[in-house]
Ligand binder design. Sequence first.
Ligand SMILES: [Zn+2]
Length: 271
Amino acid sequence: MGKIKSQRKAIPKSVRFEVFKRDSFKCQYCGACAPDVLLQIDHIEPVSKGGDNNITNLVTSCANCNSGKSNKTLDDKSALAKQRAQIEELQEKQEQRKMLMAWKKGLRELKEDTLNDLCSYWNELAPGFTVSDNGKCNLSKWLKKFSIEEIIYAMDIAAEQYLIFKKNGTTTTESWEKAFLKIPGICRVERESKEDPDIKELYYIRGIVRNTCRYYFDNSEALELLKIARSWDIPMSKLRDIAYNATSWTRFQNQINKAIDDKQQEDKRQV
Ligand SMILES: [Zn+2]
């Protein structure tokens, strides 16, 4: 099939004038006026689509707008452009929503995979029981705070320190549960000890004090006292001695304060 040739007929001068007057000598596309721009006559319905030279099909256009204009009618053009922009925006939004959902789904799957991997890692360390849904829920919470590496490391430690094995090679119920629930605490201590290398030892010493003080013991106060003592460079061995001989909370406090005083006196003498 051959191309349909547009049957363009010259527009009479009088008709051109009528159109310019009607349009106030203003380009109907961009608003530019004569004599700033060269005005032309544009067919609303293109000649190629059967538009004629009737004044109702003619519109004032500047040369720029006329040359850039495709075979779209004036009313159509803006409406179509708007419509197209809306559709494009809609498609773009839809596209982005799809991408977002795929990304979230991917994350969810990744999380599920990670959880399952961690569960099977733990199951190998602690044979006999499998991690319940509740346990998975806990793991998922821990994963929000700690990295996979931190949790795996803590699992190793927990298994080593707390698991008790039966003759058949499986773990006891109590030790399994205890070890599993120790995982987040180990993660926390490990992280803290990266920032403060003393902390692990101080936790250990505090544990000794806790065992020796039968009637009263303040967990956070004890750690605070030990940290203060360390800030005065009181050696760990000294703190351990105090802990073993604490017998009561008051005695522990006094001993720590005395150690700090002694250290202060010693420092003064050296100055
Ligand atoms: Zn224009």
